[in-house]
Design a protein around this ligand. Sequence first.
Ligand SMILES: *[C@@H]1O[C@H](CO)[C@@H](O)[C@H](O)[C@H]1NC(C)=O
Ligand SMILES: *[C@@H]1O[C@H](CO)[C@@H](O)[C@H](O)[C@H]1NC(C)=O
Ligand SMILES: *[C@@H]1O[C@H](CO)[C@@H](O)[C@H](O)[C@H]1NC(C)=O
Ligand SMILES: *[C@@H]1O[C@H](CO)[C@@H](O)[C@H](O)[C@H]1NC(C)=O
Length: 464
Amino acid sequence: MRKNKWVFNSGQTRPFSDRLWLVPFLASLLVTITLLLGCAFGLFAPFHGGGDSVLLDVISLTNWDGPDIYLKDSDAEVTSAISFTNSTDSGGSDSDNGPPRIAYLITGTKGDGQRIRRTLQAVYHPRNQYILHLDLEAPPRERIELAMYVKGDPTFSQVENVRVIVKGNLVTYKGPTMIACTLHAVSILLKENLKWDWFINLSASDYPLMTQDDILHVFSTVPRDLNFIEHMKIAGWKLFQRGRPIVIDPGLYLSKKFDLVTTTEKRELPTSFELYTGSAWVMLTRAFLDYCIWGWDQLPRNVLMYYANFISSPEGYFHTVICNGHGFQSTVVGHDLHYIAWDNPPKQHPLTLSSKDYDRMVKSGAPFARKFARDDRVLDRIDQELLRRSEGQFTPGAWCTGETDGGADPCSGRGNDSIFRPGPGAERLKGLMAGVLSEEYRNGSCSSLPYDQSKRKWVTRTRT
Ligand SMILES: *[C@@H]1O[C@H](CO)[C@@H](O)[C@H](O)[C@H]1NC(C)=O
Ligand SMILES: *[C@@H]1O[C@H](CO)[C@@H](O)[C@H](O)[C@H]1NC(C)=O
Ligand SMILES: *[C@@H]1O[C@H](CO)[C@@H](O)[C@H](O)[C@H]1NC(C)=O
Ligand SMILES: *[C@@H]1O[C@H](CO)[C@@H](O)[C@H](O)[C@H]1NC(C)=O
């Protein structure tokens, strides 16, 4: 008794620690209770509707890798959902044959909650799907705040197209846990049987340079089977430097973040597939991601296992699968749709963009750019001049039919989401598309031509 008391006192030397401890505790209590209630509802009323479904969606995501009892029940749901997807896939994944829909994954870490919100508001459109992920480094409070924001927004709860992964994954940014996190989000999109044609991967430090109306309008005319993924074959000395080391990602088995570990042993280079590398930012089709998740051909699984010990695996996994996978080579377009500035010669990390990059950024025609510092002034300029978005509101589009006078949010009213009002951004994107879809550019895809990342061009060897 006395000992207990002493221990208790010694742990509470600071007067505020009591309260600091109480907030997360109450928060986790709240989550536990909602979880339990949610499970009960989820088990007995799987086809729920109405106002609570956003929260239930959030909870059903938590069950995704939860205990066995829940998995049993949802397993059947998962299979049926995916086989349904596959059967409707043949004629394009969106059965109503309307304009395309994009599924976005927006990821962040500790302290990124606000940035994720801002990026979400900037890329929001009711046609699309959104999955938000704050990794395990972010405190539970931040994740709950994000979930509460999503639940509290009237547009999100009506359209039900924003999901928050409540149980964060531990992610090592250069390691395979990053791919696992991306595949987790794709699995959710398939499991929930949502409509989408392309998947785009963004981080909290990315920002759009045009409206969704611009992007959806332009992609309405782009063949839906194209995968946008910047890639190049790894060859020469780089092959030995990249392909032989074996790394281990502690995020796979520890619950705290550590750097990748490199073993002293080296391995042989693979002979059953060729290694490609490129940008970790991608826009991939549903058909290709279906193939990666299902793995009805053994390749995606073998490559995934191989990349579990590969340094910078997010810059290689999809690239290697798509360029070795049968039937997908012809769908590859070597561009990541981002404006990214590198040092010359490129260092490990891209440069942080600011106002001085504004003109180059806009001129590139890219729909997205990275990376930006939190709340940098250039983001306000992008909001004002490119997106015409007011703080805290969505980027307006033709779907916004609310009152516009007196600073009211025009997107508080929601109209037909298959009508777009493309602006100058659409013209810029059309220019970019004309370049990357040209036969000459696409000819380099999955070839052994070297690729110049700073010029974004295939280097064709011409002897002079
Ligand atoms: C559907 O799945 C089967 C394997 O079960 C596969 O052979 C087929 O290519 C898939 N179809 C599409 C369109 O993804
Ligand atoms: C997806 O986006 C994140 C940014 O949050 C990036 O670090 C990662 O490498 C990307 N790509 C893949 C394949 O996961
Ligand atoms: C929305 O607009 C499209 C294209 O103009 C039209 O085909 C569709 O019927 C409209 N939907 C509704 C619900 O009005
Ligand atoms: C594409 O590549 C092939 C050979 O790889 C070449 O014969 C052809 O001329 C190229 N086409 C263009 C448009 O560059």
